[in-house]
Design a binder for this molecule. Structure first.
Ligand SMILES: [Zn+2]
Length: 320
């Protein structure tokens, strides 16, 4: 996680603590009108520590007995408070601070170390940032227009682009509806403007709606985020972890990114290390992918994905 993400987590925790205090103040205000005796009791209890230090300073002869009495009084006042609240129809802890995470009182840390809520925030923040960096709004299936694809048979495919794309469209729709993290991945290949990004984002949107964790973005965006983190001062692995762990990873436009030794090995780690499926789209052919990334990555990718070659003419050009 980079420093600005860590800063965001720290701010969230701070907001939670201050919200807990504000909400408590509101409840105290309410009780001071409805059950004023409780507030009087709380004032009395707040004096306990003052009384305690006075006793110690005064070196009273019967210090032990006085302390014992102070403790008893305090406990009985606590019981009275609970009792008064209960009888007025309130939960007995109504005036306590109510933290989002009672384990660490919204500090992010417990005696055992980093709290699970902190880890969760860290993960959410990383997911959020990765999704924000996606270049496109989420698209849906309804917005995918098959009429842009030619009905004349294509000699190399033995079918028309429209027919082929209808099959791919139906397959993707069904894939999204029946998605589980055990599903196979999808590999979309074909020229620019044939709807690869649109379809992969339509799948992503539906899978998100069905409650799964989805990360979508360009190969360039993801790999450079991972690289930046890897070479940062903390040498963090948060982005890579999120990419490896999410239920569905949509890696758009593979092959257009700037290649470095790091991005090559990160890509290998992703393709190899991910248990869940990924949707990869690329303007490159299988042959070109092999030339660029090597046989090993590409055959691993092909073994984990259903391969689909998109056909047709550039839709973005036609729309203009
Ligand atoms: Zn916590």
């Amino acid at each position: 996680m980079n420093s600005s993400a860590r800063e965001a987590v720290r701010r969230t925790l701070e907001e939670r603590r201050s919200r807990a205090r504000v909400e408590q103040a509101v409840r105290i205000e309410e009780i001071s009108k409805k059950v004023p005796q409780v507030i009087a009791l709380r004032k009395e209890m707040a004096l306990t520590s003052v009384k305690l230090s006075r006793m110690i300073l005064e070196h009273k002869a019967d210090l032990a007995a006085s302390l014992e009495k102070l403790k008893r009084d305090n406990l009985s006042m606590q019981e009275m408070e609970k009792d008064l609240l209960r009888r007025a129809g309130y939960p007995e802890d109504y005036l306590e601070l109510h933290y989002t995470c009672p384990l660490c009182k919204d500090t992010g840390f417990t005696e055992q170390g980093v709290c699970s809520c902190y880890r969760k925030l860290e993960q959410e923040e990383t997911l959020q940032r990765l999704s924000d960096s996606s270049p496109l709004e989420l698209r849906d299936f309804a917005g995918f227009d098959l009429r842009y694809y030619d009905q004349t048979p294509d000699a190399s495919a033995g079918t028309s682009p429209r027919e082929l794309m209808t099959r791919i469209f139906d397959y993707c729709k069904n894939y999204a509806e029946t998605f589980t993290p055990e599903a196979k991945g999808l590999l979309f290949s074909g020229a620019t403007g044939l709807g690869k990004t649109h379809l992969s984002l339509a799948v992503a949107k539906r899978v998100i709606e069905r409650g799964y964790d989805v990360l979508y973005g360009t190969a360039q965006g993801f790999l450079s985020a991972a690289e930046e983190e890897h070479f940062s001062r903390e040498r963090s692995h948060q982005t890579m972890d999120s990419l490896l762990r999410c239920d569905l990873l949509v890696l758009d436009d593979l092959g257009s990114e700037f290649t470095s030794a790091f991005s090559q090995s990160a890509l290998y780690e992703l393709v190899n290390g991910r248990r869940g499926p990924m949707i990869v789209s690329s303007n490159l052919s299988i042959k070109e992918l092999q030339d660029r990334y090597g046989q090993r990555i590409v055959s691993r990718l092909l073994s984990k994905c259903v391969y689909m070659r998109f056909l047709g003419r550039d839709i973005r050009q036609m729309k203009k």
